[in-house]
Design a protein around this ligand. Structure first.
Ligand SMILES: *Cc1c(COP(=O)(O)O)cnc(C)c1O
Length: 574
């Protein structure tokens, strides 16, 4: 028996919390994530390990990852499969379980990646894999590509994740006391549990079954991340029946997952006791979207150690020892001398600008106010809002600001791709006046360089589409000031002029139609011109005071250690 197997046997002795997620971002060498959802999952598990929680995680081994992004000179995106070898990072486990897909038995095996904390805590992550000899060639590809293919492909992946995952945990000998569904992708696991809890009513002559919904609910926790209806996975029932067969009688399934189509969110809502959104506002938006359900809110965080750059790690080690496992210590940020905060920041900025030079050949200036914008390139994130009025931007920013962009568009997101091309064309138009670069292949490594190396982290989503957002929390861990639309976490994190700046109106109402690009852009320019540029160049001590506040008030709260303690007390052990 190898060391990994021994460790696993040790872990099966205690009932576990099982965290199910379609994607996970542990580090940038394991490309099984596309963006915020996956990075959150990785941060969750890392904090789980630091806090020595009895947890395991289940996800898919996407052997071609999401994709590697190449951008041509016009900003046109070319996608390449990200080939990687799981054996470098993880151990293949022996057990195989079977799920039935399109009437064929599909074998599923797991790879184990052990997240080990310096505190001694350990959380195994099981990456499910169907690329096995004996599986139909088509079925071997089910776990190939994250968010690839059509809806049939997606549904097959969700069968492997939900049903395959539940069966794998059983085969490995785990006793699970809570299943945590990170988004609706794993909802089918509730059906597996429902089947386990069905029992015949014996005194009825035509043998009826009782579907014990409450026993399933007691076992499940569901976190929803999607603040708009269209974002929830829905599958037509003819597809469901063709691919899944009759795992559960159709009339029962329709009662639980919606009459018209199988809605993965509705299924999860009906079969989990504790449901939450990922920020206070998002909880409210979700309650409006799904009336009749009790939906709580636990605001997201980021894993403090992962998202702090070298120079700030050294600074915190010096003045706030123990910070990585006790981010509450950020409350004492006032003990760090201003000059050392500034120097740590300039070091991070130099690292980023060196990377920019090496990647793009563009030389940026260490002493120019640098804005950063990086996240999935998709329409609602409005990466182009900053360019709404070029004349005005030039007037405010020529010689005074430089901008660094990054972000991948989903291969089928045509408007998202067009957005990248648009940024490229603005970059060209503004070339002699405002220096702009777009870094290709945004990943966790580039994210850390950017969130620590720019001066201001910009976020301009359409309210209320940014359920939480986490990159701004990463920036806060590095003393980088947020400048953002009041949506998601920033509604809770901002104190105007103290921890950062807001864009647009306060979010009393948050309906999609409340958005006005013109009004938001106007406010963005106004603040940039009157507050941000002058403070940066003429009031450096106020600037550094604000940097301290982002650490002491934002990083202090918006971390996954705080988030996980809340999941434990409010959801896992109730
Ligand atoms: C943190 C992170 C995200 C999420 O960014 P948001 O601005 O919160 O959407 C996306 N991609 C990567 C690589 C990240 O590290």
């Amino acid at each position: 028996m190898n060391a990994e197997q021994k460790l696993l046997n040790e872990l099966t002795k205690e009932p576990m919390i099982a965290y199910f997620t379609m994607e996970i971002g542990i580090n940038s060498s394991i490309p099984t994530y596309s963006g915020g959802l996956g990075v959150l999952a990785g941060d969750t598990i890392k904090s789980g390990a630091d806090l020595a929680l009895p947890m395991v995680a289940v996800t898919l081994l996407t052997r071609k990852g999401y994709f590697r992004q190449e951008l041509d000179e016009k900003g046109r995106q070319v996608e390449h499969p990200y080939e990687w070898d799981p054996a470098v990072f993880m151990t293949r486990l022996n057990p195989r379980v079977i799920v039935e897909i399109e009437g064929r038995p599909v074998q599923v095996q797991a790879w184990c990646y052990m997240v080990q904390s310096l505190t001694g805590g350990k959380v195994p992550v099981f990456f499910l894999d169907t690329k096995l000899e004996g599986n139909h060639p088509e079925d071997q590809e089910i776990t190939a590509q994250l968010y690839g293919g059509d809806e049939v492909y997606r549904f097959k992946q969700e069968i492997v994740l939900g049903l395959g995952g539940a069966r794998m945990l059983k085969a490995l000998g785990f006793e699970i006391k809570k299943y945590h569904l990170n988004e609706g992708h794993a909802s089918l696991l509730t059906l597996e549990l429902l089947n386990k809890f069905k029992r015949p009513i014996e005194d009825v002559w035509d043998e009826k079954l009782v579907w014990d919904v409450n026993s399933v609910k007691d076992l499940c926790v569901f976190t929803t991340h999607t603040p708009v209806q269209a974002g929830h996975d829905r599958f037509p029932y003819d597809l469901v029946q063709r691919v899944l067969g009759d795992l559960i009688p159709l009339d029962i399934l329709k009662g639980l997952a919606g009459q018209e189509a199988l809605n993965m969110t509705v299924l999860a809502l009906n079969l989990t006791e504790f449901v939450n959104g990922v920020a206070k506002k998002h909880g409210e938006v979700s309650r409006n979207m799904f009336p009749g359900y009790k939906i709580n809110a636990i605001t997201n965080g980021v894993h403090s150690y992962t998202w702090t750059c070298d120079s700030f790690r050294r600074l915190y080690d010096k003045y706030l020892p123990g910070w990585a496992n006790e981010p509450e210590l950020f409350v004492r940020v006032g003990r760090i001398p201003d000059i050392e905060i500034w120097e740590a920041h300039q070091e991070a900025k130099r690292t980023l600008l060196d990377y920019v030079l090496q990647q793009t050949g563009v030389e940026m200036d260490l002493n120019i106010l640098t804005l950063g914008f990086a996240r999935r390139a998709t329409a609602y994130k409005r990466a182009d809002l900053l360019f709404s009025d070029l004349e005005r931007l030039i007037k405010i920013g020529a010689g005074k600001i430089q901008i660094i962009y990054a972000g991948k568009a989903h291969p089928q997101d045509t408007p998202g791709k067009a957005l990248i091309e648009k940024i490229f064309s603005y970059k060209k138009q503004l070339a002699d006046r405002i220096n702009i670069v777009f870094l290709s292949n945004y990943d966790m490594d580039i994210a850390l360089k950017m969130v620590s190396g720019v001066d201001v982290w910009l976020n301009t989503p359409q309210r209320p589409r940014e359920a939480s957002g986490t990159s701004g929390m990463k920036a806060a861990h590095n003393g980088v000031i947020n400048f953002s639309v009041l949506d998601g976490w920033w509604i809770e994190g901002y104190i105007e002029g103290d921890t950062g700046w807001s864009i647009g109106p306060s979010p009393v109402e948050t309906r999609l139609e409340d958005n006005s690009d013109t009004r938001d852009a106007d406010d963005l320019y106004e603040k940039l011109e009157r507050e941000i540029v002058p403070t940066y160049y003429e009031a450096r001590s106020i600037w550094v005071y604000m940097m301290g506040n982002t650490i002491g008030q934002n990083a202090y709260y918006f971390n996954t250690h705080r988030m996980m303690r809340r999941y434990v007390t409010e959801a896992y052990i109730r």
